[in-house]
Design a protein around this ligand. Structure first.
Ligand SMILES: Cc1ncc(COP(=O)(O)O)c(C=O)c1O
Length: 429
């Protein structure tokens, strides 16, 4: 087998440099809470392929379902010849998402595609155009979703012009705005009413806990207030649960923590145990506003990805991975708070379930938007972690947040090892 160094040489001559990788090691195999590279080194996985392999890599049921489906047929295009697995995934999405109303779903390939389609559906259903998004939001890298995404570098720099009728308002960010949820919502709503006009808003699009933007957990009351305003305004409230969904935060979906019932939910990542699949699920009258043929795509809801999703969802149910995520928080949070007590640059420990973060700041320094971010410290900790064999991601508008996203099937021993490596990374960076 070629070494990572061999593969890196080949990559440099063949792969565009715009597609970068966090570590220089190439994967051989992965499962549970670990990954092994082609040089034989084992890594503890606190990344889960960015919140994708919630059921673990190469999860047995997923592997078997993929094999069985691939033997029967690999693709027909649901728009040509439909098949049961697509319908079954939509049934599961209706059952797993909140709300006792009638629901419909449509399936796509990636998170960005799901978000784009949710926007198309909301515009069609309301006959309006304006889409409200939030500071620090991340919704993808296609042209429309770049416009919806906040952070310029690396996601938007040089890639414009961007789509119109997108309006950005302040997010509730307790560490930085010091506002209660209702206060932060009043500020956002005031801006929407002033700059857009309630009657023009097709949709309010929000991540219930922001992902790439820094694992920002809005203050209690913010999400329900934004959902209530949307309903009152006749706008569609869309929860982007692409990173937070499928048990990641200790519930099937993060909007459940505050009892919010979104009109539409976008899903992807954890839905199919590592195969590319995404969905838009929501109120039947909104979803069905679109004319037949108005939604689709060649691969959307590919049969192998749907079979994998059904197996992944079964696994989540059977192993109660929402409870597993809550248990990861119970084990990790005390360790992270101890770490914060030792390292003054940890300005905040936050998150829910197995979506946890440390925001790094310059101790004692405050700027216009709260504690001064320290992206260099976050990069140094991540680098030290990688040298120690821990797959660890950073995130945040300011690049100063360390995020923990282990597979939900990580064993106690692997979790303990990973947290130990994180502590060591802070001590040795
Ligand atoms: C909240 C959220 N929305 C959308 C996306 C885009 O998903 P994808 O990368 O599958 O297009 C992501 C990916 O990180 C995400 O976290």
């Amino acid at each position: 087998m070629p070494t990572s160094a061999d593969l890196h040489r080949r990559r440099s001559a063949a792969v565009a440099r715009g597609v970068s990788s966090m570590i220089p090691s190439y994967v051989s195999h992965a499962g549970g809470g670990t990954m092994t590279d082609v040089d034989g080194r084992e890594w503890v996985d606190f990344a889960a392929g960015i919140a994708v392999t919630n059921v673990g890599n190469a999860a047995p049921r997923v592997v078997e379902a993929v094999r069985r489906q691939a033997e029967r047929f690999t693709h027909t295009c649901f728009m040509i010849a439909p098949y049961e697995a697509y319908v079954a995934v939509c049934e599961q999405l209706a059952e797993l998402t909140r709300g006792s109303f009638e629901k419909r779903s449509a399936l796509f390939n990636s998170g960005a595609e799901a978000v784009e389609n949710a926007v198309k559906i909301a515009r069609h259903a309301t006959g309006r155009q304006a889409i409200v998004v939030f500071d620090h939001a991340y919704h993808g890298r296609t042209n429309l979703t770049m416009a919806l995404t906040a952070k310029v570098m690396p996601y938007k720099h040089g890639f414009g012009p961007f789509a119109g009728e997108i309006y950005r308002v302040p997010m509730s960010y307790p560490l930085r705005d010091g506002r209660s949820g209702p206060e932060a919502a009043a500020l956002a709503i005031g801006q929407i009413e002033k700059h857009v006009g309630a009657n023009n808003v097709a949709a309010v699009l929000i991540e219930p806990i922001q992902g790439e933007g820094g694992f920002v957990v809005p203050a209690e009351g913010f999400l329900p207030a934004m959902a209530a305003w949307s309903r009152e305004a006749g706008a569609v409230f869309i929860a982007d649960e692409i990173q937070t969904g499928f048990c990641r935060t200790g519930a099937w979906f993060a909007s459940e923590h505050e009892g919010v019932e979104p009109d539409l939910i976008t899903t992807a990542k954890g839905i199919a145990g590592g195969l590319p699949l995404a969905g838009v699920t929501g109120r039947a009258e909104i979803m069905d506003a679109v004319h037949p043929g108005g939604l689709g795509g060649t691969y959307g809801g590919n049969p192998i990805a749907c079979a994998a999703a059904l197996a992944a969802i079964d696994t989540m149910r059977e192993l109660d991975l929402a409870a597993a995520a809550r248990r990861i928080a119970e084990v990790a949070l005390p360790r992270l708070h101890d770490l914060a007590a030792k390292h003054a640059e940890i300005g905040e420990v936050r998150g829910r379930g197995a979506m946890l973060a440390l925001e790094l700041v310059v101790p004692g320094e405050t700027g216009v938007s709260g504690p001064v971010p320290d992206p260099a410290a976050a990069a140094a900790v991540a680098k030290a972690a990688h040298e120690l064999g821990l797959l660890l991601l950073t995130c945040g508008t300011y690049g100063n947040v360390i995020r923990l996203l282990p597979p939900l099937v990580i064993s106690d021993d692997e979790l303990d090892r990973g947290l130990g490596l994180l502590e060591q990374a802070f001590a040795t960076r």
